[in-house]
Structures are given as structure tokens and as C-alpha cells.
Design a protein around this ligand. Structure first.
Ligand code: 2HA
Ligand code: ZN
Length: 269
């Protein structure tokens, strides 16, 4: 667990914040978080109840462009706009915001150190968070990052078809088939941060826990932020194996249909 500054240790979320810091550190080390690339959110409501963050975080208020009725009363952590993951790794309390959604689903209170505003991807994070809550599977975390090899695959039209991409990634190593049971969704290139991207992402999340955005990045959902990271890490490993084989001059054989079916029969739930 990374050390947490003394002024934050009375907060009921230090464990989750250490987890967020740990994942942010991995994203930076993996080379998936150049500059301010990527953002993440966690719905903290289950562990904070009526908690109101205190000093040294300052309170501000803002109104959302649309209502997120299902999130009314919830508290979410969201990384700040322009935030570098390598800084989130060191100072998660100071690089993001704690946002309580009002009972109308629109008026929000946000606590953050002075000058930190929520990520410009707030509308897509809230839309995905609301979708996760509606599904009732206990998923609380959303991670968007830029995994190099997975993005490279989306530069080939063949891999823009979800079933072909999933079959290829599953067949590179058993773990991909075991842990990414719902496969990977793919969304054609769309302007980053746009509401259409958020809409298409939610549609794809009905069938998958991980979605690739063509020529941009990945978004993963899970019970916690480490789950989100593990999903993308497992798939990126598959992409790396695929590319390593090609770089060595041969087409990887891949696990057979029978081998993949056997894994599915043994592990799917
Ligand atoms: O937060 O990655 O897609 C910066 C981004 C936007
Ligand atoms: Zn991005």
C-alpha cells in the first residue's frame, strides 16, 4: 500500500485511494498514460454513506448538462482534468475530485484541492457509472487508458470486428479466455469525450466488460479499479504475444476451437 499523507488518513476511503494510486502507477509504468492520457472513476457510495470530505479539500458546486437520476446521492471519485497518471500515483487525493450527486441527479457538490476540476470525460464516466448501477452487478469502477499494443491492433480493419478480435486475443493465451469471458467490444473511431462515444460505449458494455475505441484506447469496467486494470492487462498481453510472433516472422497458430471450448466449459460462469 502506498503511504497516504497524514491530513487524509481520517478519511474512510484511504484503502480505495491507495488502490487507485497503485493502478495509476502501473498505467504510467506500462507506458499507457502519456501526458494526461486516461482517466478513472470509482463509485464510493457503499463505503462512505453520508460522508462529507473535510479539510484540506475545498467545496465547490456545479450543474451537470443532463440528469443522472440513478446516481442521485452517490459519491464518486473522478480524476481531474489534465491530470497525469504519474501524479495520481503519488497524490490521488490531490489530483482528483470527490463528487456527490444531488437528489435531482444534476446539481453536484465537488471536493478537491484548489484548482483541480473533474476530468472532461465526466459525462461519459457518469453515463457508464449509471449504467453499471442499473445492471446491479456490484461494479463500481471505470478505467480508460491507452494500452499500446491493443490500440495498434485497431489500426487494422480486420480487428474492428469484435468477434474476430476476441477470437484472436482469446487464442493467444488461456488466461485471456478464462478471465475475459464476455470478450471485447470495438467502437469505430469517434471524437474523444463526445456524447456519441459515451452512448456507443454503454451499448457495447451490455455485452462486454472491456471496450476498445478505434485508434484511441480501451475502457474497462469492474468490481474495483484493479479488476479494470487486470482486464486490460490480460488482453494487452495477448496483443503483445500476437505481435511478437509476427515480429519473429510467423503467424501465431493460436489455441484451437476445441481448446478454447474446453476452457469455456471449465471456467465460464
Ligand atoms: O484524459 O485520455 O480520452 C485524456 C484522455 C481522453
Ligand atoms: Zn483517451
Amino acid at each position: 500500500m502506498l503511504p497516504v499523507k497524514e491530513e487524509y488518513t481520517n478519511m474512510p476511503v484511504t484503502g480505495i485511494m491507495s488502490e487507485i494510486a497503485g493502478v495509476a502507477s502501473l498505467l504510467w509504468q506500462k507506458g499507457w498514460a502519456e501526458r494526461n492520457g486516461g482517466n478513472l472513476s470509482v463509485n464510493l457510495t457503499a463505503c462512505v454513506g453520508e460522508w462529507v470530505p473535510g479539510s484540506p479539500l475545498l467545496l465547490s458546486e456545479f450543474v451537470l448538462g443532463r440528469s443522472f437520476a440513478l446516481l442521485a446521492g452517490d459519491v464518486l471519485y473522478l480524476t481531474g482534468t489534465g491530470t497525469r497518471m504519474r501524479d495520481v500515483a503519488q497524490r490521488p487525493f490531490e489530483t482528483g475530485c470527490f463528487i456527490r450527486v444531488g437528489i435531482d441527479g444534476r446539481h453536484c457538490e465537488a471536493w478537491a484541492v484548489k484548482g483541480v476540476n473533474p476530468s472532461s470525460e465526466l459525462p461519459s464516466h457518469f453515463a457508464v457509472q449509471q449504467f453499471l448501477k442499473s445492471e446491479g452487478k456490484g461494479y463500481t469502477a471505470v478505467l480508460h487508458t491507452h494500452p499500446t499494443e491493443l490500440i495498434a491492433l485497431t489500426h487494422n480493419r480486420l480487428f474492428l470486428e469484435s468477434s474476430y478480435l476476441t477470437r484472436t486475443l482469446w487464442s493467444m493465451i488461456p488466461e485471456a479466455r478464462i478471465f475475459i469471458q464476455r470478450g471485447v467490444g470495438v467502437i469505430p473511431y469517434t471524437m474523444p469525450g463526445s456524447s456519441i462515444l459515451a452512448e456507443l460505449t454503454i451499448k457495447a458494455l451490455a455485452a462486454h466488460d472491456v471496450v476498445l475505441w478505434e485508434k484511441h484506447g480501451a475502457l474497462s469496467v469492474g468490481k474495483d479499479i484493479e479488476d479494470c486494470f487486470d482486464n486490460i492487462d490480460t488482453l494487452n498481453k495477448s496483443a503483445m504475444i500476437y505481435m511478437s510472433a509476427h515480429m519473429a516472422g510467423f503467424q501465431p497458430e493460436g489455441l484451437s476451437d476445441a481448446q478454447l471450448n474446453e476452457l469455456g466449459e471449465t471456467y465460464d460462469h
